[in-house]
Design a protein around this ligand. Structure first.
Ligand SMILES: Cc1ncc(COP(=O)(O)O)c(C=O)c1O
Length: 427
């Protein structure tokens, strides 16, 4: 047969050319480019306007952002700064916290919550979390208050407020400051109040992965206290007032106008994005429950008196299977993350504090069991379906399409029955 015949497809005896396998579409944990695409023209115009104005630092865009954050949180003052980490540092500096002082905070949080304390020479006192919400366990806090305690930093982890009322009550009783780490919780609510306006100072991050993300680093402080607000403004700008006269030793944590301009364009969309996150969270919870998967993994708990803003949707997978599930999903190009794999009391840099293994049992269990699933607002329905189906496959085996409807109608027991006959290897 000539090559021309082969090219014409007339060689019926030859093996069929391999059909290229359709590539698996990745489901990212987070994809910031989709949000940018939606607002690209508006953001470019806002950035050009800042460049044209020449007001690059603490310009009118920053003032506008502060005013919007005041309205959003209901706090009397909002003071912009360079990052969430700086917000925490500045909040502690506003209380003159330093050597000899102790600050109570969770160990199950991002590093910045505690590093702000140690950067000032004070000591973080780590307290365990509630096993279901992963937020500070208030009942543990009172036991750790000493004559050296100056402040408590509750963290609103994953977008749900910590149980603030008893924390504030206890702080008032002992004369302690309450600094809310609301870095993951913009727009979150607690008994009719907004995150950042419940304690004495609220700290926000606009890191790109947050619910309201800048195009770099940016942060915000909120407070109802006039004197604290003045001090925070001074501290973020080298304690300088007027120019070249320094009342206090502050830091340089001024916010770039370019970041504020991006955030001002995005802010009107925040509530819609939060709703989209909530819809995705509810779908995960409904589908996992319907498919009987809540017997294999603990789903997120939402307290009735809170508005959760779902910065993360985090499940707990016990029995040492969390990492196997992550590997299974990674094979299917589904992104996940662990927030956080090593609690702060077990970090090398805090070994001098002497917390032994088992000292914060719920925190240590969370580090071994939690995994965050894709939940960003632009996640498509078909992508979320792939995540749900892959997790179902991991725990109970693939559901044949013909049985999918039955599973939906029969609910968890259907899958329990299937689960009873699957081999251990399928897990
Ligand atoms: C709980 C928590 N605290 C503090 C921070 C620090 O914020 P930033 O990254 O803006 O410095 C973050 C951000 O990752 C956070 O999640």
């Amino acid at each position: 047969m000539s090559s021309a015949d082969r090219a014409a497809g007339s060689d019926t005896s030859a093996a069929p050319a391999p059909v290229p396998a359709s590539p698996i579409q990745a489901v990212p944990l987070f994809d910031i480019s989709r949000q940018h695409a939606e607002l690209a023209a508006e953001i470019s115009a806002a950035l050009v306007a800042v460049c044209d104005s020449g007001k690059f630092v603490l310009g009118p865009d920053v003032v506008q952002l502060e005013a919007t954050m005041q309205r959003l949180t209901g706090a009397k003052h909002a003071v912009a700064c360079a990052s969430g980490s700086d917000a925490l540092l500045l909040a502690l500096m506003a209380y003159d916290i330093g050597p000899g002082d102790e600050v109570i905070c969770p160990s199950y949080t991002f590093f910045a919550t505690a590093s702000a304390v140690t950067r000032l020479g004070a000591t973080p006192v780590f307290v365990d979390i509630e096993p279901d919400t992963c937020n500070l366990d208030v009942s543990q806090v009172s036991r750790r208050v000493t004559s050296m305690t100056r402040a408590i930093i509750p963290v609103h982890l994953y977008g749900q407020c910590a149980d603030m009322q008893p924390i504030v009550d206890m702080a008032r009783l002992h004369g302690l400051a309450v600094i809310e780490d609301a870095c993951q919780a913009i727009g979150a609510g607690y008994r009719g109040k907004q995150a950042g306006a419940i304690g004495d100072i609220g700290c926000f991050s606009y890191y790109p992965t947050k619910n309201l993300g800048a195009y770099g680093d940016a942060g915000m402080l909120t407070t109802n206290d006039d004197k604290l607000a003045d001090k925070l403004r001074l501290l973020r700008g080298h304690g300088m007032q007027p120019r070249y006269y320094h009342k206090l030793v502050g830091i340089n944590s001024r916010l770039d106008s370019l970041q504020a301009a991006v955030l001002n364009v995005k802010l009107p969309h925040l509530e819609r994005w939060t709703k989209a996150r909530r819809t995705r969270a509810e779908r995960y919870t409904q589908e996992f429950t319907k498919r009987g998967l809540s017997q294999f993994m603990r789903l997120p708990t939402v307290r009735g008196d809170r508005k959760h803003v779902w910065n993360q949707y985090v499940v707990h997978v016990a029995g040492g299977k969390r990492d196997a599930l992550r590997a299974f999903l990674a094979d299917r190009k589904i992104g996940t993350e662990v927030y956080y794999p090593v609690p702060l009391h077990q970090q090398e840099c805090y070994s001098y504090l002497g917390y032994g293994a088992g000292s914060l049992p719920y925190t240590e269990a969370a580090a071994a069991e939690t995994v965050a699933l894709p939940i960003f607002p632009e996640l498509r329905d078909d992508e979320q379906q792939r995540v749900i189906d892959a997790i179902t496959e991991f725990f109970v085996g693939a559901i044949p399409p013909s049985e999918e409807k039955k599973a939906t109608l029969a609910g968890p027991n259907f899958l329990k029955a299937r689960d009873g006959v699957r081999s251990e290897q399928q897990r």
